[in-house]
Design a protein. Structure first.
Length: 277
């Protein structure tokens, strides 16, 4: 049910720096904390996270989102998601102080923010997780190779979709697709490659999370494909059998759930999790 809400702006202390934050208030004891991925500011691409917060808070759930250090309006050095443990903890403490009625905080993150939440959320005292398109791709350690390391299974999935598409044949014949590049991709897909160290670290974190977690995938997104390849591997067998973790997919290539259908799907999943927490 829609309700009046209040949006306020804050600064959160974090190891001598300040995190710029936006709070959409609510009276529910269950709340949502949105953690931004990559170098994205808290409003999200094209204001997507700000709009998401409004839609969720309209149902009475408080929503907090913040800029990571060195991003947007926050001070400090811009370091990657693997250095964000204290930011997640500081935001969690602040949220509980500002909304004392809160009993549970459900956290939502997309891409590397999802991975960061799985790694650092338990120590911060979070109560549930909505992890969208978790990041498991690692950069090559070779300085001359800046291409990320993607599993062969993810590459095979991408190329299989292209090969099944009749348009691919037309584009090949017309020269719109580089045949040599396509063949190189197929050759790479044929190689057997182990899961990344990051994916194994994520698996171990998910196994040890105390509380329900939901993994949300836009299944035609490259990042989601990489995660799904790891998820379906033998390394993740015990995790797939867990009753505390569910995986749900949307037939979309939108990494940020940007189109109207994807937005509605995401809002529905978040509200479902908040209401059942």
């Amino acid at each position: 049910m829609d309700r009046a809400m209040t949006r306020s702006f804050h600064q959160i202390s974090c190891e001598g720096e300040t995190l710029a934050a936006t709070l959409d208030s609510g009276d529910s004891p269950t709340s949502l904390m949105i953690v931004s991925g990559g170098n994205e500011i808290r409003s999200g691409a094209h204001g997507g996270m700000a709009q998401l917060a409004l839609r969720i808070s309209a149902h009475g759930f408080p929503v907090l989102r913040y800029d990571r250090r060195g991003i947007g309006d926050s001070s400090g050095e811009n370091r990657d998601f693997l250095s964000s443990a204290e930011e997640i903890a500081a935001a969690t403490r602040f949220f509980r102080q500002q909304q004392p009625q809160i009993g549970k905080i459900i956290a939502f993150g997309n891409c590397d923010a999802a991975t960061a939440l799985a790694l650092y959320g338990p120590d911060a005292g979070l109560d549930g997780y909505m992890l969208a398109n978790p990041w498991v791709i690692e950069q090559s350690s070779e300085p001359e190779n800046e291409e990320p390391t993607i599993s062969s299974a993810a590459i095979r999935s991408r190329y299989w979709d292209r090969i099944r598409n009749p348009r691919t044949i037309i584009d090949l014949l017309s020269g719109k697709i580089d045949l040599r590049k396509l063949l190189r991709g197929l050759k790479q897909a044929a190689k057997v490659k182990e899961n990344s160290a990051l994916s194994i670290r994520l698996r171990d974190a998910l196994v040890n999370i105390d509380g329900n977690s939901r993994i949300l995938l836009a299944k035609r997104d490259t990042t989601a494909r990489a995660f799904l390849a790891a998820w379906n591997s033998s390394d993740f067998a015990s995790l797939r059998d867990s009753t505390d973790i569910t995986l749900e997919t949307l037939d979309s290539a939108s990494h940020s759930f940007a189109d109207a259908t994807a937005k509605d799907w995401l809002v529905g999943k978040l509200l479902e999790a908040l209401r059942s927490a």
